[in-house]
Design a protein around this ligand. Structure first.
Ligand SMILES: Nc1nc2c(ncn2[C@@H]2O[C@H](COP(=O)(O)OP(=O)(O)O)[C@@H](O)[C@H]2O)c(=O)[nH]1
Ligand SMILES: [Mg+2]
Length: 313
């Protein structure tokens, strides 16, 4: 049995090991990903995004419990693209997702971009593929706010959930940044707080203004109020997720998303493999000489790169 076979067979330790290899862009990761690829494309991929402190992790804990209760298996991938990813943050996530940590039908993993060779987007896409191949019905991906990160979550998932909280002025930020437009479901979390009613009204208005002029077949973004701590509104959120999944599968979104993912994966892999094989051909001494010349301004990096490519292809 290979490591990929173990992942397909549902072995959790193998899954954790493969995710570590993927995160580090270890040389053996590519072969494992290749072996897993045909088993991907089945899970419902859900991006859960919003400002730090909006309650994403708490909400995911509650949502995942709801999904588990309906019989689905759930994987959670918490991605922090900031360079400062403390052990405390990982620990905090684990504490907030405690219900999941001890459930055999759930799996929680935190991933930092630090050490993710080739960037967080590349590592995230690969990690999502691994979780998909491992057979989870739902993969929930937690990321910090849209537009503030190098990770384009909308390109990686079927359903985007934007989490807002009252009192932060986030609704206004969301409207300004245009992030409402990429949200399939907007959650007003912390619905128990005093300013929740005002925030809900602001978001309702903003959503009605953010609507693209689209036909009857277009998805109308849902707004759901939740209180993740007391688990109010979570059933409504699950219903909204299911409605969006059905909509995506029946319409073109699902197939479009597969095509976007497929192209992004191929382009990223071509870039990586071209670069790697090129660098393998370049003797280190020659590279050092060229670098020194560029540093000394006797050569420029632009035409040098072009000449090197022409000479080695
Ligand atoms: N009052 C209230 N607090 C919440 C709610 N959801 C989360 N919190 C609290 O908000 C803080 C940040 O939550 P967390 O899930 O870590 O947010 P994240 O950074 O978006 O993942 C924590 O102290 C949570 O206990 C909620 O619905 N109501
Ligand atoms: Mg969190």
């Amino acid at each position: 049995m290979t490591l990929a076979d173990d992942v397909l067979a549902g072995d959790r330790r193998a899954l954790a090991r493969v995710l570590t290899l993927v995160e580090r862009a270890a040389p053996e990761a590519r072969e494992i990903l290749a072996a897993l690829y045909s088993a991907t494309g089945r899970a419902h991929l859900v991006g859960i995004t919003g400002a730090p402190g909006a309650g994403k992790s708490t909400l995911i804990n509650a949502l995942a419990a709801q999904l588990r209760a309906s019989g689905d298996t759930v994987a959670v991938l918490a991605i922090d693209p900031s360079s400062v990813f403390s052990r405390g943050a990982v620990l905090g996530d684990r504490i907030r997702m405690q219900d999941l940590v001890h459930d055999a039908g759930a799996f929680v993993r935190s991933m930092a971009s630090r050490g993710a060779v080739g960037g967080v987007a590349r590592a995230s896409a690969a990690a999502i593929d691994v979780l998909d191949a491992a057979g989870f019905d739902r993969v929930l991906i937690e990321t910090v706010g849209v537009g503030q990160s190098e990770l384009d979550i909308a390109a990686l998932v079927h359903t985007v959930v934007l989490v807002e909280a009252p009192g932060l002025g986030d609704e206004v930020q969301a409207i300004k940044a245009g992030v409402l437009e990429i949200a399939d479901i907007v959650v007003l979390n912390k619905g128990d707080l005093p300013h929740a009613d005002i925030a809900l009204r602001t978001l309702t208005l903003a959503l009605s203004l953010a609507q693209p002029a689209a036909g009857a077949a277009a998805w109308q973004p849902r707004l759901q109020r939740t209180d993740a701590l007391s688990k109010h509104g979570i059933e409504g959120l699950r219903a909204a997720l299911d409605a969006h999944r059905t909509h995506a599968r029946e319409g073109t979104r699902w197939a479009e998303q597969q095509a976007v993912r497929a192209k992004a994966a191929l382009v990223s892999e071509l870039r990586e493999q071209l670069y790697t094989s090129f660098m393998e051909q370049l003797p280190p001494a020659q590279l050092a000489e060229i670098v020194a010349a560029i540093a000394a301004r006797t050569r420029d990096p632009y035409s040098t790169a072009r000449h090197l490519l022409a000479a080695h292809s």
